[in-house]
Design a binder for this molecule. Structure first.
Ligand code: C2E
Ligand code: MG
Ligand code: MG
Ligand code: MG
Length: 287
């Protein structure tokens, strides 16, 4: 009897696994179709220097403009394509889109930098530096310095030596780097020591509650001090209110990004947002 139940369980498990795989294949097909049909788009979220009041740049964030589901967030489809050929296809497309947008904005007289998210998997592809260099060559009017790559540690950066040499090679091309979601990865401090990225991005999970949570405040304070000690720039993400921005300014963090400044928006809306942006009076004029 027990044996019988065991066999059934295994059978059920196989079935569930099979269903899961079928489901994934189906979803992959849908995402690939969306990509080919041009349903993927980049939204842009401003990054501002609270001290000077200047708009520093914008982060490109992937969206799936689904004909029925509406705007789908990247967390709902990027995990599905991880380690699949689509991850690289879309990854390179994102970089190219960012560059072409930068080109268009520069031609329109908008001086702004653009950052794009790059998964560790993409960064570790053997052709990454070449592809990046080809893409930059396609937009000769764009200064490579105005492109920043945000490194995502979605899977561990297995070969840190390799990553470091890839980053250096890209920096030779003029491109800048930031370590995204800093503080959440299990080896953040190793990354800080080893990765030659110019900027650290404090993860929003630490920033969100700094007004309520002393521990979070201490972490943010610590990260800012670390960044300064290592001569890195530091930006806070998840700045949801003016008050959070004020505390961050007092802690010595001058770049910020979050709903309290602006939500991610379609590219077409950004120039107008920049034109109308005025920093909150309690941010401006602090030295
Ligand atoms: P991320 O790079 O850390 O981007 C910040 C995320 O926080 C974005 O979510 C943004 O919309 C959200 N956010 C910004 N300000 C606030 C705020 O004040 N409050 C709250 N609650 N959230 C805020 P989004 O667009 O859903 O992206 C999620 C993640 O997906 C990104 O996190 C990034 O890891 C990944 N991602 C987005 N676009 C791409 C892409 O083109 N390629 C890759 N590989 N990953 C991407
Ligand atoms: Mg990012
Ligand atoms: Mg981030
Ligand atoms: Mg984040």
């Amino acid at each position: 009897e027990a044996k019988q139940a065991g066999r059934n369980r295994i059978h059920l498990f196989d079935l569930a696994l099979e269903q899961e795989m079928t489901q994934r294949t189906l979803q992959l097909g849908q995402i690939e179709h969306a990509f080919v049909a041009g349903e993927l788009a980049l939204y842009y979220q401003p990054k501002v220097n609270m001290r000077s009041g200047l708009v520093f740049g914008a982060e490109a964030l992937l969206r799936w403009l689904h004909p029925e589901r509406g705007v789908v967030a990247p967390g709902e489809f990027l995990p599905i394509i991880e380690h699949h050929a689509l991850e690289c296809k879309i990854g390179y497309w994102v970089i190219e889109q960012g560059l072409s947008q930068l080109n268009a904005w520069q031609q329109a007289g908008l001086t702004i930098s653009v950052s794009v998210n790059v998964s560790a998997n993409l960064l570790q592809m053997s052709d990454f530096v070449n592809r990046l260099s080809e893409l930059l060559a396609k937009y000769p009017a764009v200064q490579p310095q105005s492109l920043e790559l945000e490194i995502l540690e979605n899977s561990a950066l297995q070969d840190l030596n390799r990553i470091v040499s890839v980053i250096r090679a890209c920096q030779q091309l003029g491109v800048c780097f930031s370590v995204d979601d800093f503080g959440t990865g299990y080896s953040s401090l190793t990354y800080l020591r080893r990765l030659p990225a110019e900027t650290l991005k404090i993860d929003q999970s630490f920033v969100r509650d700094i007004l309520l949570d002393r521990d979070d405040l201490a972490i943010v304070q610590g990260v800012i001090a670390l960044a300064q000690a290592f001569h890195r720039k530091v930006i806070a993400e998840g700045v949801e209110t003016i008050e959070i921005g004020e505390v961050l300014l007092d802690l010595g963090c001058d770049l910020a990004q979050g709903y309290g400044i602006a939500r991610p928006m379609p590219a077409a809306l950004l120039p107008n947002w920049v034109r109308h942006w005025t920093p909150h009076p309690c941010w401006r004029g602090r030295q």
